[in-house]
Ligand binder design. Structure first.
Ligand code: AMP
Ligand code: ZN
Length: 113
C-alpha cells in the first residue's frame, strides 16, 4: 500500500526505531509511548485491521504471537505486559495497518474502556 504509514516504515521510507524484524514481521518503538515500553508489531504484508484477517493471511498473525513473547523478554518485561489491537474508529484506530501494541514496564491501568 503506497499511502500507508506503516508500509512506509517497513520499507524504510520513514525512519523508525526497529526492535525486531524477520521475513514477515516488523516491530518498532511507538513514537508516542503510553508506557515505559511501547512497541508496535506489524505484519510486513498490508492488512488494514483485525477485520482483514482471513484463512489466507492468518499465519502471519499466529507468527506475530510467537514473536511477541520474544520481544517482551528482550525488553525485560518479566512482570508481564499488555497486547492491544485497535480495530476501527470506536476503538481509536489511527493507522489502518494491522498492529499489535506491546505495553509494559509499569503496572498498567486496568480500565479497558
Ligand atoms: P492506533 O491508535 O492503535 O492505530 O495506534 C497507532 C500508533 O501508531 C499510535 O500509538 C501512534 O503513536 C503510533 N505512531 C504513529 N506514527 C508513528 C511513527 N511514525 N512511528 C512510530 N509510531 C507511530
Ligand atoms: Zn500498510
Amino acid at each position: 500500500m503506497s499511502d500507508c504509514l506503516f508500509c512506509k516504515i517497513i520499507a524504510g521510507e520513514i525512519p523508525s526505531t526497529r526492535v525486531y524484524e524477520d521475513e514477515t514481521v516488523f516491530a518498532f518503538r511507538d513514537i508516542n509511548p503510553q508506557a515505559p515500553t511501547h512497541v508496535l508489531v506489524v505484519p510486513k504484508a498490508h492488512i488494514a485491521d483485525c477485520n482483514g484477517v482471513s484463512a489466507e493471511n492468518s499465519a502471519v498473525v499466529a507468527h506475530i504471537f510467537e514473536v511477541i513473547p520474544k520481544i517482551a523478554a528482550a525488553e525485560g518485561l518479566i512482570n508481564g505486559y499488555r497486547v492491544v489491537s485497535n480495530c476501527g474508529s470506536d476503538a481509536g484506530q489511527t493507522v489502518q495497518h494491522l498492529h499489535f501494541h506491546i505495553l509494559g514496564g509499569k503496572v498498567l491501568n486496568l480500565e479497558m474502556a
